[in-house]
Each structure stands twice: as structure tokens, then as C-alpha cells.
Design a protein around this ligand. Structure first.
Ligand SMILES: NC(=O)c1ccc[n+]([C@@H]2O[C@H](COP(=O)([O-])OP(=O)(O)OC[C@H]3O[C@@H](n4cnc5c(N)ncnc54)[C@H](OP(=O)(O)O)[C@@H]3O)[C@@H](O)[C@H]2O)c1
Length: 194
């Protein structure tokens, strides 16, 4: 069974971004994100793709935009890029970009990749705000890096109800001299209501 997983780093005031970038520097979180998502399809909004600025290696980068003319920047020139209508799964292609003009199209591409690939059973939704909001109702799991500090920002993780999810795993990390705030990696899974 495929799982739709939202993965995000969220400040204690809900902030996830500022001026189309991350408000913090947290290399441990980038490594955690990479460990979780490599080998799986990742779904993101056009703004998040542009914020990263290049396709993330070892993953099919599924980018959602309403602009049918949009094309990834020059850093994607050596990477296979295709519109969803022309997408065909090729197991030897580890890094690619697929451009989708709706969220439904993005999910359909991600499902086709997972059905064809022996490894990948999770689809990761990697942001930003608009895409998390649209896909939260369909999420089977959330992997959140809770940053125990408030940041100034303009992009937020959507409101979610803790009673819909159960915490199944947590790893706490204390503050350090260079980083005066602590953080926790937490996995939540959707609860079946009886
Ligand atoms: N902390 C974290 O873990 C994390 C993760 C990811 C991103 N972020 C931050 O989040 C911020 C970006 O979030 P955002 O909400 O501004 O942008 P976003 O969700 O990344 O992208 C928004 C864009 O996605 C496209 N889109 C949205 N809904 C669509 C739909 N239903 N159908 C087709 N296309 C659709 C539109 O692109 P077009 O305008 O091209 O039509 C829209 O402008 C940045 O600050 C980034 O750094 C943080």
C-alpha cells in the first residue's frame, strides 16, 4: 500500500519559510530529509522548487504549477525534464523533473512511479505552504521536525488536528552553543476513527 507523507520543518509558531527560503540553518534536518526522501517521488509547489533552485538528486522531482509554460531553470539542463502528459517511468533514471498543472496529476505521476518501482512505497510531499494545505486531508503520515523556537516568516504549515494523528516515533535534539534552540524529529500516523 502506498503512503502519502508530508515532510516539513516547522517552528513553534507554525512558520516554515520566509521570503521563499528557510528561516533557519539546520544541517541535521537537511540530512534527515535526504535520508527519508531519497529513492521516493517528491511532490512540491513551483515556489519551493525555485527556492531549492535545482532538482534534488536521487528523486523524481514532481513540480506543481498552474503555468503550463513553466520550465525548470538552467541547473536542471542535464536532468531529464518532462511534462506529466509525456511522463514514462524509466527505472534507470534516478533524478528527474516532472511538471504537473494540477495536484491530482502530480499524485497520479507519483503513484505510477511507486507502482513501477520495487523500492518506493512512500510519496513525499515536501512543501510549501500551499501544497501542504492541499494535501494534508489525504496524508497518511506526517514527518515533522519541530523546531522549539519562534521564527519570523511568511509561510506557515497548515493547521492540523492532533486527534487525527498518533505520534509513533520521536527523536529529541538539545540546543548547542551555536544553535540556542532544540528540535525534535517526530513521525505521526493517521488514526482510524472508530
Ligand atoms: N520548512 C520546510 O520544511 C519547508 C518546506 C518547503 C517549503 N518551505 C518554504 O515554503 C515557502 C513556499 O511556500 P508557498 O506556499 O509560498 O509555495 P509552494 O506551495 O511551494 O508553491 C506554490 C505554487 O504552487 C503552484 N500551485 C499551488 N496550488 C496549485 C494547484 N492546485 N494546481 C497547480 N499548481 C498549484 C502555484 O504555482 P504557479 O504560481 O507557478 O502557478 C503556486 O504559486 C518558502 O518560504 C519555502 O522556503 C519550507
Amino acid at each position: 500500500m502506498q503512503h502519502l507523507v508530508l515532510i516539513s520543518a516547522v517552528a513553534s509558531n507554525g512558520v516554515i519559510g520566509t521570503q521563499n527560503t528557510l528561516p533557519w540553518r539546520l544541517p541535521e534536518d537537511l540530512a534527515f530529509f535526504k535520508k527519508n526522501t531519497v529513492g521516493h517521488p517528491i511532490v512540491m509547489g513551483r515556489a519551493t522548487y525555485e527556492s531549492i533552485g535545482r532538482p534534488l538528486p536521487g528523486r523524481c522531482n514532481i513540480v506543481v504549477t498552474r503555468n503550463a509554460q513553466w520550465w525548470p531553470g538552467e541547473l536542471a539542463e542535464t536532468i531529464p525534464c518532462v511534462e506529466a502528459a509525456h511522463f514514462q517511468f524509466q527505472p534507470q533514471v534516478k533524478t528527474s523533473v516532472v511538471i504537473c498543472t494540477s495536484i491530482e496529476e502530480a499524485l497520479s505521476v507519483a503513484k505510477r512511479i511507486n507502482e513501477a518501482s520495487p523500492e518506493g512505497k512512500d510519496i513525499f510531499v515536501i512543501g510549501g505552504s500551499q501544497i501542504y494545505e492541499a494535501l494534508l486531508p489525504h496524508a497518511d503520515a506526517l514527518i515533522l521536525t519541530h523546531i522549539h523556537h519562534e521564527f519570523v516568516g511568511d509561510a506557515y504549515f497548515p493547521h492540523w488536528s492532533k486527534s487525527d494523528f498518533k505520534e509513533v516515533w520521536r527523536e529529541n535534539h538539545g540546543a548547542t552553543e551555536e544553535r540556542p534552540w532544540s528540535f525534535s524529529f517526530v513521525r505521526y500516523e493517521r488514526q482510524a476513527h472508530t
